[in-house]
Write a protein that binds this ligand. Sequence first.
Ligand code: NAD
Ligand code: ZN
Length: 387
Amino acid sequence: MRVLVTGGAGFIGSHIVDALTEAGHEAVVLDALLPSAHEGRGELSSTTVPDVRCLVGDVRDPGTVADALRGVDAVCHQAAMVGLGKDFSDAPAYVSCNDHGTAVLLSGMEAAGVRSLVLAGSMVVYGEGRYVCDEHAEVRPGPRAVSELRAGRFEPPCPECGAALRPGLVGEDAPTDPRNTYATTKLAQEHLAAAWARAAGGRAVSLRYHNVYGPRMPRDTPYAGVASFFRSALARGEAPTVYEDGAQRRDFVHVHDVAAANVAALAAVSGTETDTGTGTGTDTGAGAGTGVGEPGEGGGAGSAAAFAAYNVGSDEPHTIGEMAAALAEAYGGPDPVVTGEFRLGDVRHITASSRRAARELGWRAQIGFAEGMKEFATAQMRASSGR
Ligand SMILES: NC(=O)c1ccc[n+]([C@@H]2O[C@H](COP(=O)([O-])OP(=O)(O)OC[C@H]3O[C@@H](n4cnc5c(N)ncnc54)[C@H](O)[C@@H]3O)[C@@H](O)[C@H]2O)c1
Ligand SMILES: [Zn+2]
């Protein structure tokens, strides 16, 4: 199958190109080489496969998209502005790249008759993770008050009784609650993909990635994830600085596993998957699977099946403090420093269950935390503008 990988020169996209090529597919790259991600260099240096067709261009440009879609069977849409950005002045750029860009791409796909889409989703659409109060069962804490954070009270309390909460794993059916501009644009991308699937008779899957890390992660940039901050600090000979008290829980998933999830999802949306069900038969996970059904099957229900979301994580939650310590140890120091600083818009705990992806896509993460962090501590990173 020939797959257009938008953002294919980026961190995750370049690994997807590799994985597709290894699986015998043909990848075509469309990437604008955003200066925030590529140090302004006009080259596709991070794509390791030399004979891949690469177009330097923007998904917001209909002519470029039409050109890129020629002869393509499926699209793997990774292109986006990532990270929290500087402040709200970044909002127009995020919405333009991520949502307007997705709309132009989808309308180009409709015109070209390309009906299979895999979207890079994100766990940020959930906002805070799942919490249980002993008294009030499952509750949804709102954004944390600045006064609480300043006082070093980082755990969100039960919104009903103020008691301490137990964090748990979020399923795909949890309500969405994006807490910042980037998260809002990632959720809007999913709604656009679902609308396109219904209107164009297409099939779309959003893979809601957790914190992705691994080789070629951009370094020294406010737009990358926390693993990059820590790794960049270590490379400068500095201690990783851990915000809050370091007990924030996340799920760190290796980029090779994320690339494999994309290959599995592309097979599902394009109807070319082989039967992978037997390898994951022990799953009894909660949450009704929506599956990726035939477009239009069963009327309303079929419309829902034309779009499905899957969490893509390691199912091995760790705290940010543990991650900093594991990286520092594998790198050979210095030890992390916990600062008590905080960022508005950050959530306290977000860890999700990836059992639906195991059950329905036949995918699960293969690279464990200890092994992955050890490799990442010395892995090659990618230069970015560090803007
Ligand atoms: N890295 C993570 O932990 C993580 C987690 C959840 C979701 N995601 C999603 O995964 C996808 C890839 O992220 P990444 O970490 O590889 O980021 P990245 O910045 O390394 O890659 C994104 C690529 O998209 C390109 N791009 C951006 N806007 C474009 C446009 N308008 N037209 C064409 N190309 C454009 C950039 O030049 C870059 O090469 C994004 O959609 C992101 O939202 C990433
Ligand atoms: Zn309570």
